[in-house]
Design a protein around this ligand. Structure first.
Ligand code: BES
Ligand code: ZN
Length: 629
């Protein structure tokens, strides 16, 4: 069967968004395919209480004051809406831990009801709409514990002098600082006025003026409609340095030069991506360097990606992160996943694009090494995750998307696209992607819509090269289909040999010729050592290569994981320092997970966690506290 039409359910512009759906029909899956999500409704956002199919918010005006003493943002959100149904009289927005002070239209109070809170999704705010007009204003304040905001004291910043604030909305946290329809299928334009202490600068995922007067009042406009998870704010002792015509970096003064140097290739990445996938649609592309507690590597907030400082390695070795966040400007920000089930449309496409950008800028060898490392991460996840969590179009009903973070949407998604590329040819696939980004620009789409589009384009154009059953398998079944592309790297073959010789005792550690090894070669060497090593072996590696002292945070992570698995004590003070100074969950969680496997390790983990906790982001705390305690 070559035609994919049987996979596609018809999708109304908006479907009812209730986290407690009734069971309904979908297109029948082929008998051989077991898809636990058979009765899932494509396009239903199970993680929002909002009712965009009845009333849709289209624009947001925000006026907020940051109170660093109280750790509270307060002010107003004015929502402009459109009724989808003329008889609709209620607007439902998402909130989480917000104090609602009033809801008004033209200064007149409106009736509203704040429903009981769901622990993961927050509270629906139901507003009775006025007879006339299309705007409501909500006056509110955030909680100091808002899940999407981190307030840092001066001591938690690089400069130690000023406090810092940043937001992280994806997946369902913008509702913790703005009452809105917090669903990726609702897009809004926005304007914002942000009041801060006078010495500080506010930046947003919007038009930022690098030369703005630092007077404590900052105005922003975002003319392109964006989903709520892309609304972002940061406030701190931020300064700007240009890197290219359309690119620059915001950071605390102490990091500014190093960051601009590390990420100097951003402009070339932007140009290379445009040349293959079409014009950049967001005007400027700047980076914001956050304090080390930022819980992710990066976040693709439009016009201003938020970036962890842990990738400033001094040698541009970890800049694929920038390629990744930049690529989201096409896959994610321009064409957006309609629900969190469809996250792989954002992350898989972006991971595929990241590899392509890395190849364009740094060449084939580096790309191949990074692809092998990514593939190994994927294989680890496939070995560890239950079958249902290995499915690209994952069933997330009843789960918080944050709890299901894995390499599946990223690397499996990218591998799927790589297979399509290999089958139809690179040039043809690039044409397809170019058309895809154009066709769905500024839309939020479901997996089913992607399949329908694939059906109308590549499947029709290359009926002899592609196979609908296999595509279904990639998207709806666990694991990696047999015969999928397997990334390889010649450079890594040499590393395998060196590792093997050393393990066999044929070569001493200090006689391995590592002079030209890049960070990727080091990671491959370390990540593929046997689980159990002797103290002598660990010591030999450490003495020869100074691994405990490595200033590359990825290498240090791989080494510290080995140290914990083998209880290699000389690395433990570095481990402690690492855990309390970095809050990027991907770097700390595997270490905690490994530590808690032994009683002594657990005590160590608890001590580090307790010390680190005041500086960790709410997401990092939530991701670790249950198994560390
Ligand atoms: N958009 C993601 C971060 C994200 C995903 C936050 C899902 C919340 C829910 C971002 O683009 C990302 O993928 N970051 C990765 C980068 C890495 C794959 C290069 C990260 O932070 O590790
Ligand atoms: Zn991403």
């Amino acid at each position: 069967m070559k035609n994919l039409a049987w996979l596609v359910t018809t999708l109304p512009l908006f479907t009812a968004c209730s986290p407690a759906p009734e069971v309904s029909e979908t297109a029948p899956a082929p008998a051989a395919v077991s898809n636990s999500a058979d009765n899932i409704k494509a396009g239903v956002d199970y993680h929002s209480f909002a009712n965009p199919s009845e009333v849709t918010v289209t624009h947001l005006d925000l006026d907020l004051t940051a109170d660093f003493d109280a750790s509270v943002l307060s002010g107003t959100a004015t929502l402009t809406y459109e009724k989808q149904l003329p008889e609709a009289d209620t607007l439902i927005v998402d909130t989480r831990d917000l104090t609602i002070q009033s809801v008004t239209a033209n200064g007149v109070s409106l009736d509203y009801q704040l429903q009981a809170a769901d622990p993961e999704l927050g509270s629906a705010l139901e507003i009775t709409l006025p007879e006339a007009g299309n705007q409501v204003t909500i006056a509110y304040a955030t909680s100091p514990q808002a899940s999407g905001v981190q307030w840092l004291t001066p001591s938690q910043t690089a400069g130690k002098e000023y406090p810092f604030l940043f937001t992280q909305s994806q997946a369902v946290h913008s509702r913790s600082f703005i009452p809105l329809q917090d669903s990726p299928q609702v897009r809004v334009t926005y304007n914002a006025t942000i009041h801060t202490p006078e010495a500080l600068l506010a930046v947003m995922s919007a038009a930022n003026d690098p030369d703005t007067e630092r007077d404590g009042e900052y105005e922003f406009t975002m003319p392109q409609p964006v989903p709520s998870y892309l609304i972002a704010l940061a406030i701190g002792d931020l300064h700007f340095k240009p890197m290219g015509e359309r690119t620059g970096v915001y950071a605390e003064p102490a990091l500014l030069d190093a960051a601009a140097e590390e990420f100097a290739d951003t402009e070339s990445m932007l140009e290379a991506t445009e040349s293959t996938y079409g014009p950049y649609g967001w005007d400027r592309y700047d980076l914001l360097i956050l304090p080390p507690s930022f819980p992710f590597g990066g976040m693709e907030n439009p016009r201003l990606s938020f970036i962890t400082p842990t990738v400033i390695a001094g040698d541009r070795s970890l800049v694929s992160l920038i390629a990744h966040e930049l690529a989201h400007s096409w896959s994610g920000n321009t064409v957006t996943n309609a629900t969190w089930r469809d996250l792989w449309l954002n992350e898989g496409f972006t991971t595929y694009l990241t590899y392509r950008i890395m190849e364009m800028i740094y060449g084939h060898d580096r790309y191949r090494m990074e692809a092998v490392l990514g593939y190994q991460d994927l294989q680890e996840d496939i070995a560890a995750l239950p079958a249902n969590d290995q499915i690209l179009a994952i069933d997330l009903r009843g789960r918080n998307p944050d709890d299901v973070f894995s390499d599946i949407p990223y690397e499996k998604g990218a591998l799927f696209l790589r297979e399509l590329e290999q089958k139809v040819g690179r040039e043809n696939f690039d044409q397809f992607l170019l058309g895809y980004f154009k066709h769905f620009a500024f839309k939020s789409i479901t997996t089913d819509q992607f399949i329908a589009y694939l059906n109308d384009t590549l499947l029709t154009q290359y009926p002899d090269k592609l196979d609908a059953v296999r595509i279904h398998q990639w998207i709806f079944e666990p694991g990696i289909p047999a015969g999928a592309p397997v990334p390889t790297s010649d450079a890594f073959a040499i590393i395998d040999q060196a590792r093997q010789d050393w393990l066999a005792g044929e070569k001493s550690a200090d006689s391995i010729d590592t002079a030209n090894w890049t960070v990727h070669e080091w990671l491959y060497f370390l990540n593929n050592l046997p689980e159990q090593l002797s103290d002598e072996q660990l010591q030999a590696l450490d003495e020869a290569f100074g691994l405990t002292a490595s200033s590359n945070n990825e290498i240090a992570h791989s080494w510290l994981l080995i140290a914990v698995k083998n209880q290699y004590q000389p690395a433990y003070s570095r481990l402690y320092e690492y855990l309390v100074s970095i809050g990027r969950n991907k770097l700390v969680k595997p270490l905690y997970r490994e530590l808690v496997k032994t009683p002594e390790g657990k005590v160590f983990a608890q001590k580090a966690f307790a010390e680190a906790k005041p500086g960790y982001h709410p997401l990092t705390i939530k991701a670790n506290e249950d198994f560390v305690k």
